[in-house]
Write a protein that binds this ligand. Structure first.
Ligand SMILES: NC(=O)c1ccc[n+]([C@@H]2O[C@H](COP(=O)([O-])OP(=O)(O)OC[C@H]3O[C@@H](n4cnc5c(N)ncnc54)[C@H](O)[C@@H]3O)[C@@H](O)[C@H]2O)c1
Ligand SMILES: O=C(O)[C@H](O)CO
Length: 327
């Protein structure tokens, strides 16, 4: 009997690989920092039975149709906007993600960006590192404070709730949110108020995005949206870069329509080095590190491995995102 094989698109914490190998699976990990092309991914999966996909490597219709033999695809991410789920479902390929285990770490980065932008911390730190700090001043590059301010959350889901908890706990911020559906449990727990998207734009001192990327949310933050925000507002996005229109954001910051921005996600990624956003003192950009802690990435790798083991044993993946395949 030939050994079942798992192809892993980028290196993952050893615990994930250990779980798969201990179950008797052969694990092949793509080496190096290069991002696999669709053709390379198809070739790599020809001899594989299961796929563990890290990050946002696109799982396209043409890849899926060429890899319909796959018993399961486990994502090491909670977002699955990069997967053609309709085709995976039509081909009967189960797909899983890694929710919950990364919510706290990602909310930490949203909080970090909110605080860092409010005090222009990354810009001032770079002044020191570049030898450009001229010494203590009393009025230049002043920041703003967060105590008692209003945090607006677009998408009060797993990560949005964690961000709201941190902001309320640390700065007693008022929480307002806009969501597809009311979240009355969170409203009670956080004394959060449901508002319209327009009210969210108008009332937020900090607006933090925590929705998934969809046709509905793509470029939801464009010039019209930024024009409706407070000129003292900070925009934070740790969800997906395509949810804000990057050129409109740069214009809004340049024209003083909003005060600052903190991004863990951009479009494209990596951000182009000549982006005007990188020259602005009240902008912090991080390289998509929301879930990038030892604890969280290990938990994600374990969760993805356990989902593949379920698929291999012809059981439903615990974190399946296309359960319709069983209908
Ligand atoms: N920066 C990172 O490294 C990182 C890490 C994890 C997740 N993410 C991103 O964060 C997203 C959220 O993750 P999560 O676990 O909190 O997901 P979730 O599903 O728990 O929360 C998403 C929330 O957005 C809401 N929503 C969706 N469309 C909406 C719309 N058009 N208007 C208003 N609300 C809308 C949903 O109702 C839900 O409450 C992921 O999809 C992913 O893109 C990024
Ligand atoms: O969706 C996620 O989990 C993060 O963006 C990492 O891919």
């Amino acid at each position: 009997m030939t050994t079942k094989k798992v192809f892993v698109t980028k290196d993952i914490p050893a615990k994930g690989i250990q779980l798969l190998e201990e179950a008797g699976l052969e694990v092949v990990v793509h080496q190096g920092d290069s991002t696999l092309t669709e053709a390379e991914l198809i070739e790599a999966c020809k001899e594989a039975d299961l796929l563990l996909n890290v990050g946002q490597l696109p799982i396209t219709k043409s890849f899926l149709e060429a890899s319909s033999h796959l018993q399961g695809i486990a994502l090491a991410s909670v977002g699955f906007d990069h997967v053609d789920l309709e085709t995976a479902t039509s081909l009967g390929i189960p797909v899983s993600n890694t929710p919950d285990v990364l919510s706290g770490a990602t909310a930490d980065v949203a909080f970090l960006l909110m605080l860092a932008v409010s005090r222009k911390a990354f810009f001032r730190s770079k002044e020191v590192m570049d030898g450009k700090w001229k010494g203590f001043g009393f009025t230049e590059e002043l920041g703003i404070e967060l105590n008692g301010k209003t945090l607006g959350i677009l998408g009060l889901g797993r990560i949005g709730i964690e961000m709201a908890k941190k902001a309320k706990g640390a700065y007693n911020m008022d929480i307002i949110y806009h969501n597809r559906n009311r979240n009355t449990e969170a409203e009670e727990a956080l004394d959060a108020k449901y508002v319209s998207f327009e009210e969210l734009l108008a009332q937020s001192d900090v607006l933090s995005v925590h929705t998934n990327l969809s046709d509905e949310t793509r470029h939801k933050f464009n010039k019209d949206a930024f024009a409706k925000m407070k000129s003292s507002a900070i925009f934070v996005n740790t969800a997906r870069g395509a949810i804000h229109h990057e050129a409109d954001l740069a214009d809004a910051l340049r024209d003083g329509q909003i005060w600052g921005a903190g991004l863990d996600v951009t479009d494209p990624e990596p951000m182009t080095a000549d982006s005007p956003l990188l020259q602005m003192s009240n902008v912090c950009v991080l390289p998509h590190i929301g879930s990038a802690t030892i604890e969280t990435r290990t938990a994600m790798a374990e969760m993805a491995a356990k989902n593949l083991l379920a698929a291999w044993n012809n059981k439903q993946m615990p974190q399946i995102v296309n359960a319709d395949i069983y209908k």
